[in-house]
Design a protein around this ligand. Structure first.
Ligand SMILES: [Zn+2]
Length: 403
C-alpha cells in the first residue's frame, strides 16, 4: 500500500517534472556549465525552473527594458552596451576562466572579458545542443545552414540512443552514420569542411573534418564496418578499435603506430587481442586511403598490402615445412623493431637471412618497400601480419576473437 503511494507519487506530473529536471541538471547540463543558478550549491531557490528563469531569463528581459545610453562597457561577444563587467563566462566548463580566481590571464590584470545577459542566456543553452554519452559529448558544427546543423546533430542523437540499446556506446560510430547520410545528400552539391566539437575529460576538442578526410571516411566505410566489434584490453580497460581509429584519423594521425601496437599485442598477449589478422589488413587499407588523402603516395595501391601479407604467409609455411615455426616469433619481433624505428637496414637484414634459410630469392615486393617510408611500413606491417600464425592462439581464446 505504501509502495503504491510512492509509485503514484512518482507518476504525478509535478514529480515527473522535477525528477526529470534533476536528472537533466546533473547528467547533461553539468557537462556544459556549473557553479551558478541551480548548479550553485548555495542557491536559495529550490525550484530549478524558477531559478533558471530568475538567473538567466529575467535578467535578460530586464536588460532589454533598460535604457543603455549611459552604459560604459561593451559585450565582449556581441558589442551590446553594458552597465558593468560583472557577467563573465566562467560558469561555462573549460571555456573562459574564473576571473575571481585568476586575473593574470588578461592583459594588465584587468578583466575586460564580460558578456551581456543576452549572450549569457544563449550560452546557457550549450548543453542542449551537444549530444552527451555519460561525460563525453559530441557536436557537429555544420554551419552551412541551421536546418542541416539541427538535422545532423539530431541524427547523431538518434544513433547514440539506438546503439545504446545494444549496449554499445560508440559515439564516433553514431557520428559516422549521421555524417554518411549528410555527405551523401551533399555530395551532389559540394562537400565542405565541417567543424567537430568533442567534449571529453572535461575539455573541449575541436577538429576540422576536411573535405578530404570526409572522403577518406566515406571510401573506407566497408573496412571500417568490419572493425566495429573488434577491440583489445589494456590495463583492465577494453578499447574499441573502430573508435580508436576514428579518433586518430580525426587528429590527423596515420595508423602505423596503432597497427604496430596491435601486431605486438597479438604476439605477446593474444588473450587481450580481440581481432584477427584480416582486421589488421582492413586497417592497412584505411591507412593507405588516409595517407593518400593527406597527400602521400598518390599511386600507392591496396595490392601492396595483399602481396606483403601473402609473402609473410608463404614464408611461414616454408618455416613450418622445416618444423622451424618456433623461430617465427623472434623474427616478427626483430622485423617490428626495424619498422618502429624506421630502420630499413635492420628489417632487410632479417628478411635476407630468412630467405637464405629457406633457400629462396627475396620477393620483388621488398624492392617496392625501399621506395619510401610509407611503402616500407605498409609492406612491412602487412608482411608481419601474414607471418603471425593465428591458429596458434586458439588455445588462448578460441575462434571467439571478436568481442
Ligand atoms: Zn552580448
Amino acid at each position: 500500500e505504501k509502495i503504491k503511494k510512492i509509485i503514484n507519487y512518482f507518476k504525478e506530473n509535478e514529480s515527473k517534472k522535477y525528477l526529470a529536471g534533476k536528472n537533466v541538471m546533473y547528467n547533461i547540463i553539468k557537462n556544459g556549465w556549473n557553479g551558478v543558478c541551480f548548479l550553485n550549491a548555495q542557491t536559495k531557490e529550490k525550484d530549478m525552473y524558477i531559478d533558471y528563469k530568475k538567473y538567466f531569463v529575467d535578467l535578460t528581459i530586464e536588460y532589454n527594458k533598460t535604457k543603455k545610453d549611459k552604459f560604459k562597457y561593451n559585450c565582449f561577444l556581441c558589442d551590446r552596451e553594458m552597465k558593468d563587467l560583472n557577467n563573465d563566462l566562467s560558469f561555462l566548463n573549460a571555456t573562459g576562466f574564473d576571473t575571481s580566481r585568476k586575473s593574470s590571464h588578461v592583459w594588465n590584470f584587468v578583466n575586460d572579458i564580460a558578456v551581456c545577459p543576452i549572450c549569457k542566456l544563449i550560452y546557457s543553452c550549450v548543453p542542449a545542443g551537444i549530444n552527451y554519452v555519460y561525460s563525453k559529448g559530441i557536436f557537429i558544427n555544420d554551419n552551412s545552414n541551421i536546418d542541416s546543423l539541427i538535422n545532423i546533430n539530431q541524427k547523431i542523437r538518434d544513433e547514440i540512443l539506438r546503439e545504446h540499446e545494444t549496449n554499445n556506446s560508440l559515439t564516433y560510430r553514431a557520428m559516422i552514420i549521421a555524417l554518411e547520410e549528410e555527405i551523401n545528400d551533399k555530395v551532389k552539391y559540394e562537400l565542405s569542411d565541417i567543424q567537430l566539437v568533442r567534449y571529453d575529460e572535461e575539455k573541449y576538442r575541436f577538429n576540422i573534418l576536411s573535405k578530404k578526410l570526409l572522403e577518406v571516411l566515406r571510401s573506407s566505410r566497408d573496412d571500417l564496418n568490419k572493425l566495429i566489434k573488434t577491440g583489445f584490453n589494456e590495463i583492465n580497460t577494453y578499447f574499441n578499435i573502430y573508435e580508436e581509429i576514428l579518433k586518430k584519423i580525426m587528429n590527423g594521425e596515420n595508423l602505423f603506430l596503432f597497427i604496430h601496437k596491435l601486431l605486438s599485442l597479438k604476439l605477446s598477449k593474444p588473450v587481450d587481442a580481440h581481432y584477427k589478422m584480416s582486421h589488421l589488413k582492413s586497417m592497412m587499407y584505411i591507412n593507405i586511403k588516409f595517407l593518400k588523402g593527406v597527400g602521400f603516395m598518390e599511386n600507392m595501391e591496396n595490392d601492396i598490402v595483399d602481396s606483403g601479407n601473402k609473402q609473410g604467409y608463404f614464408l611461414r609455411t616454408e618455416y613450418e615445412k622445416r618444423s622451424s615455426e618456433n623461430k617465427i616469433g623472434g623474427i616478427c619481433y626483430r622485423l617490428l623493431n626495424g619498422l618502429k624505428t624506421n630502420n630499413k637496414d635492420i628489417f632487410m637484414d632479417v628478411i635476407m637471412n630468412c630467405y637464405l634459410y629457406i633457400g629462396k630469392t627475396v620477393p620483388k615486393i621488398f624492392v617496392e618497400a625501399l621506395k619510401s617510408d610509407e611503402n616500407f611500413k605498409t609492406i612491412g606491417y602487412a608482411f608481419v601480419s601474414g607471418l603471425i600464425n593465428e591458429k596458434k592462439d586458439k588455445n588462448n581464446g578460441g575462434n571467439n576473437n571478436e568481442k
